[in-house]
Write a protein that binds this ligand. Sequence first.
Ligand SMILES: *Cc1c(COP(=O)(O)O)cnc(C)c1O
Length: 364
Amino acid sequence: MSRPELVKKEIAGIAEYVPGKSIEEIARKYGLDPASIIKLGSNENVLGPSPKATKAVIARAGDINIYPSADASELVEAISVYTGFPVENICAAGPGMDGLLDNLMRMLISPGDEVILPLPTFSYYEIAARANGAVPVYVRSGDSFAFDIEGIMKAESERTKIIFLCSPNNPTGRLVAEADLRRILEHTRGLVFVDEAYVEFSDRNLSHLIREYDNIIVGRTFSKAFGLAGMRLGYGLMPAWIRSEYMKIATPFNISVPAIVAGIASLSDASYLQRSIQCARDGRTFLTKNIPFRVYDSQANFVLVDVAPLRSKDVSEALLKKGIIVRDCRSFREAGETLVRVTVGTPEQNNKVVAAFKEVSATI
Ligand SMILES: *Cc1c(COP(=O)(O)O)cnc(C)c1O
């Protein structure tokens, strides 16, 4: 029995978020040894967490009967030191940056408001916005997935509430140019959410613009460069007026005790962060040069591969059978049928990835 009429109508047309595949799932499906599987489908940190974070979590394991501090102030202090912004500009958030997005959508969207989505991009924006009654307005990117800035500005209407810009963009790896972001901030009547989940791997960031504009929010995460995807920890940088409103509606105690201490410990481990960044940068240069298909320039810890004339479905399945998990991008709106996203691995993993792509390309 089911009674779908009880669920609010905004939910009906939403397609479920498609995550990268797990090691357990692939081991079972293809009869592989889980220890032999290389997981490069979710852009996690392939070096594991910082040992300092692991130690901090273990040290606090006896305290999990106690609620964390409501505003995670000790973590916010540490983020303030790391980013150089005062605590008035920082909201720590859980679960992950996705939790920040959820709270923001609850705070900002009234039914019928429009959100502008340059495509292809991270699919959770659309889910979080539509669940609150937003109407998505899509803007397809141009050649080589360059953001269509004119198109984004033309999509603006009386109802525009949020423009989502992911920089570096998932799944394309492209940055938003600062001059373009300034034009959009000055043009829109709404807010711009700049997703910098991968910013540590890139040459530039855009967060300084929160000092100049009152309508920008920058989202960050500990899931990628800081290696804490399993902790579900993120944060936002924003003008103080937005933070004040946000704090009114944020889910109480949304960051767990282990996540708070792991976050603080990770921020204190500068050499781990440096190693993670170097590993991703060296590896992405190697993959870009050696994968025998078109590879787009990336500023993140993944590369986007166009496997045409092959199909992404067939190529990702061929790699899965060899125990390499990559991301078939068909679940990204407007990504087509030939794109595969590969997380940059360790040097040893990258060699295996290149060898696997070469075997697949030999079948053309
Ligand atoms: C991974 C990712 C996130 C989600 O981060 P969490 O903090 O793990 O929720 C947000 N945006 C983009 C573009 C991502 O790739």
